[in-house]
Design a protein around this ligand. Structure first.
Ligand code: ADP
Ligand code: ADP
Length: 233
């Protein structure tokens, strides 16, 4: 029942003399409802791993399955649809649309997936409520704090009820109060059984996961199962 599965995943960037090996053969299975944190020094391949697992890039070697479906050989169109329907991405820098209000940002994936505007809007409003931002629905990202922007981004990631949320340093640009807000939110999602893979430098974020993977130089060096997952918050 692995939602995400990777076998002998490898990634090399560049050509000729400019080759950079980002991943040198990693195996990962993320079970339904599991929250996995990935830590490691800058440049060890964490973002690359997340991008390959979510079909944002194609690996140089190895294989990724999402809900049992192999990404290898999938056309760009099918891959784009799978990203849209099965994966919710959260980035360090939020990646919200500046011209759209919070609720418009959150409903966008549902509209792109072909939902009616009424359904997309009501789901977006419910998601903003879930992340504690019902009052801010009509605001532009510029009028929100960093933590609020990231909670909007998490709400957007949940728009299409993804099989997995993939978050790349979701608290990396936030002050400690906003980090605590986003951490609470991710922990609530974990309690709800949302499958998540979270790349983080923050030990508090990592401590709230079910499993912690430590990476170095493109490989996994340690895996720890955390018993409680509540992070002691
Ligand atoms: P991390 O997320 O752990 O910081 P990354 O996966 O971003 O690591 O990067 C792993 C290595 O691959 C680094 O050496 C980085 O410079 C390199 N890299 C990442 N993305 C690219 C890219 N698009 N082109 C070239 N090199 C890249
Ligand atoms: P975000 O903040 O949204 O997570 P980043 O600011 O970390 O995004 O940007 C990372 C992007 O830059 C990724 O797409 C990664 O593949 C790319 N990248 C990382 N290292 C390199 C590199 N050495 N050369 C080219 N692209 C890189």
């Amino acid at each position: 029942n692995a939602v995400l599965c990777a076998r002998d995943l490898r990634m090399t960037y560049g050509r000729g003399t400019g080759l950079v090996t980002a991943l040198s053969g990693v195996d990962l299975e993320v079970a339904q409802g599991e929250t996995v944190a990935v830590m490691g020094p800058s440049g060890c391949g964490k973002s690359t791993l997340l991008q390959l697992m979510g079909g944002l890039q194609r690996p140089s070697g190895g294989e990724v399955w999402v809900a049992g479906r192999p990404l290898t050989g999938m056309s760009e169109r099918k891959l784009a649809r799978l990203r849209r329907d099965a994966i919710g991405f959260v980035f360090q820098s939020f990646h919200l649309m500046d011209e759209l209000t919070a609720v418009e940002n959150v409903e966008l994936p549902a509209l792109l997936a072909g939902r009616s505007s009424a359904r997309a809007r009501s789901r977006a409003q419910a998601l903003l409520e879930q992340v504690g931002l019902a009052e801010q629905a009509g605001r532009l990202p510029a009028d929100l704090s960093g933590g609020e922007r990231q909670r909007v981004a998490v709400a957007r990631a949940l728009s299409n009820e993804p099989l997995a949320v993939l978050a790349d340093e979701p608290t990396g640009n936030l002050d400690s109060a906003s980090t605590a807000d986003v951490l609470r939110l991710l922990d609530a999602l974990r309690s709800d059984g949302q499958t998540q893979v979270i790349v983080t430098h923050d030990a508090r974020v990592a401590a709230a996961a079910d499993r912690l993977i430590s990476m170095r130089d493109g490989v996994f060096v340690e895996e720890t199962r955390l018993s409680h997952g509540s992070g002691g918050l």
